[in-house]
Design a protein around this ligand. Structure first.
Ligand code: 5GP
Ligand code: ZN
Length: 112
């Protein structure tokens, strides 16, 4: 997808700190971390937001949630963590390539 920040990161056109990668998923450190561990997990295919998940692309979403425990373990999140997805304007989404925030490394507050 042209002019998509995360598509460019996945393609290596914009640098990122990779945490995990496989055929379907790329995970990298958030540039503005909100917790000691703040990883963004994204599908390699461009899906704009959660609203665009459907029966033709949902397998990659299931795969992301298979990968979450692996990344959490690798990051040492033995005491739990939080997964956050922001969808659309009211959800506070700023980058329109679907991503899941993996946050942890401290006891998180009630607000993100
Ligand atoms: P959203 O607000 O859409 O849920 O989350 C977008 C996230 O992307 C934010 O947490 C923001 O810090 C992160 N972000 C924005 N631009 C970049 C970038 O160029 N590199 C990285 N690693 N993260 C970014
Ligand atoms: Zn994209």
């Amino acid at each position: 997808m042209e002019n998509c920040l995360f598509c460019k990161i996945i393609a290596g056109e914009i640098p990122s700190t990779k945490v995990y990668e496989d055929e379907y998923v790329y995970a990298f450190r958030d540039i503005n971390p909100q917790a000691p561990v703040h990883v963004l997990i994204v599908p390699k295919i461009h899906i704009s937001c959660a609203d665009d998940i459907n029966e033709t692309n949902s397998a990659v979403i299931a795969h992301i949630f298979e990968v979450v425990p692996k990344i959490a373990a690798a990051e040492g999140l033995t005491n739990g963590y939080r997964i956050v997805n922001c969808c659309g304007e009211d959800g506070g989404q700023t980058v329109y390539h679907l991503h899941f925030h993996l946050l942890g490394g401290k006891k998180l507050g009630e607000n993100f």
